[in-house]
Write a protein that binds this ligand. Structure first.
Ligand SMILES: Cc1ncc(COP(=O)(O)O)c(C=O)c1O
Length: 373
C-alpha cells in the first residue's frame, strides 16, 4: 500500500528515542544496555529504532524470535533471542551468529548438536527462572547448568533472570529472586563456571531496584523506557519522554438531529442537535474499544469526546467544541495539539491496561513516519 494514501500516521521521533537511550545508559552506567526490540520494537519499527540506538553505544539488541533477529543483523550489533528457541530455529540461528538463550537441558543439547554439525560455536546466555515461572532452569538447577556448560560448541557468555514485579519498590518477591540468582551464581562460580555478562533488570527494575545495575550485574535490558513509557505502577526515575504521535484525518462532519443514535449498538444518542465528526481510525489502528463513549481526540487544539462505539475503521466524535472543524482536518489521537495532549497513559487507564498493550496494539495499517529531531 502506498504510504501517500494512508489515513493514519504513527510518527516516531527517533531523536527522542536516542535521548531516552542516553538517559537510561547514564542512569545505569557502567552497566551495558540491551535495547529490547522484540515485536517490531513494540510496534514502532525495529529497524528504525535499532538504527537510532546503534550509533549511541547500545551493547546489543534483544528480540523474541529468529526472524526478528535476522532482520537486525545488518546493523552489526549483537542480536540476542531472549526467551527460548524452537528446534527448527536453531540451525539458522547458529549459522548466523545469533546469541541464544539456554533455558533448559534439551535446548542446550540441541544448540550444541547444531554447533557440532556446523563446526561452529554459539554464544549463549543461560536463563534462570527465579520466579517468573515461564522459562529457565530453576534456581537450584546447578547440575543441569553445569551439564550444558560441558556441551561442545557452546560459549556461555551470559546468565540472566527476569522479574515479574520489579515495578514495586522494595518488593520481597524481587529481593528473593535477586538473592536466589546471586546464590546460584556464587555456587556455579565456585564450581568453576563464571559468566562474562550477568543481567536481570528490565525497565521496571531500572526505575525501582537500584542494586540490579550494580556489580555483579553488568547489563540491563530495556524496552518500554526507550519508547518513553512506563509500567502503570512504580517510580518513574529515568526522565524519558514519549516518542510517538498517532494522527488521522477527519472524514466527515455531520449535523445530527436530537435523538439520533451513533455507532454499533446505538450506545450513544444525541441529547440535542449535534455536529458529529467521523474520524478515519478505529480499533484496527489501535484505538482501544474501551475508548467508546469515554476517550477524546484533539482537532485544531480542541477536545472532541468520543461518542458511540469505536468501530474497525472509524470513530465518531462530538465536534461541539470544535466549530471550525472541516472534513480532511488532522486529528490527534495520541500526542499534542495546541495546549492539550492525549497520552498513552490516558488510554491505558481507560482500557485498564498498561502502555505495552497500547503501543503493541497500534496495528500495521497506518504509515510509520520517522523524525530524527
Ligand atoms: C526477558 C525480557 N527482558 C527485558 C524485557 C524488556 O522489558 P521492558 O520493556 O519492561 O523494559 C522483556 C520484555 O518483556 C523481556 O521479556
Amino acid at each position: 500500500m502506498s504510504s501517500a494514501h494512508r489515513r493514519v500516521v504513527l510518527e516516531v521521533n527517533l531523536g527522542t528515542v536516542r535521548n531516552n537511550f542516553q538517559k537510561i545508559a547514564t542512569a545505569v552506567s557502567p552497566c551495558g544496555v540491551m535495547a529490547v526490540l522484540k515485536a517490531n520494537a513494540y510496534g514502532l519499527g525495529a529497524r528504525a529504532v535499532g538504527e537510532a540506538v546503534a550509533g549511541a553505544g547500545v551493547n546489543r539488541f534483544g528480540v523474541a524470535e529468529l526472524d526478528e533477529a535476522l532482520d537486525l543483523l545488518y546493523l552489526g550489533v549483537p542480536v540476542q533471542i531472549l526467551g527460548s528457541v524452537l528446534a527448527e530455529e536453531i540451525p539458522e540461528a547458529v549459522a548466523c551468529g545469533i546469541v541464544l538463550p539456554i533455558p533448559d537441558r534439551e535446548t542446550g543439547q540441541r544448540i550444541s548438536d547444531a554447533c557440532v554439525r556446523q563446526s561452529r560455536q554459539a554464544l549463549c546466555h543461560v536463563k534462570i527462572d527465579t520466579g517468573m515461572g515461564r522459562l529457565g532452569f530453576p534456581a537450584d538447577g546447578d547440575a543441569d547448568v553445569r551439564f550444558v556448560g560441558s556441551l561442545p560448541g557452546l560459549v556461555l557468555e551470559g546468565v540472566f533472570t527476569h522479574f515479574p514485579m520489579a515495578y514495586r519498590r522494595g518488593s520481597a518477591v524481587t529481593e528473593a529472586q535477586i538473592e536466589s540468582f546471586l546464590a546460584m551464581l556464587g555456587r556455579l562460580d565456585s564450581a568453576g563456571m563464571g559468566f562474562r555478562l550477568r543481567h536481570a533488570a528490565n525497565s521496571d527494575a531500572i526505575n525501582n531496584v537500584g542494586r540490579v545495575y550494580r556489580e555483579p550485574f553488568n547489563m540491563v535490558r530495556t524496552g518500554i523506557n526507550l519508547y518513553g513509557c512506563f509500567d502503570t505502577e512504580g517510580a518513574r526515575a529515568v526522565d524519558v519522554r514519549s516518542v510517538l504521535t498517532l494522527r488521522t484525518r477527519l472524514m466527515a462532519v455531520r449535523e445530527l438531529p436530537a435523538g439520533a443514535t451513533v455507532g454499533y449498538g446505538c450506545t450513544f444518542q444525541t441529547p440535542a442537535r449535534m455536529r458529529v465528526g467521523t474520524i478515519s481510525a478505529g480499533y484496527a489502528d489501535g484505538l482501544p474499544l474501551a475508548l467508546s463513549n469515554r476517550g477524546r481526540v484533539l482537532i485544531g487544539g480542541r477536545v472532541c469526546p468520543v461518542v458511540g462505539r469505536i468501530s474497525m475503521d472509524y470513530t465518531t466524535v462530538d465536534l461541539s467544541q470544535a466549530p471550525d472543524a472541516r472534513s480532511g482536518d488532522v486529528v490527534t489521537c495520541i500526542g499534542t495539539d495546541g495546549d492539550d495532549q492525549v497520552n498513552i497513559d490516558e488510554w491505558a487507564a481507560i482500557k485498564g491496561t498498561h502502555a505495552y498493550d497500547i503501543i503493541c496494539s497500534i496495528g500495521g495499517r497506518g504509515e510509520r513516519r520517522y523524525r530524527s529531531v
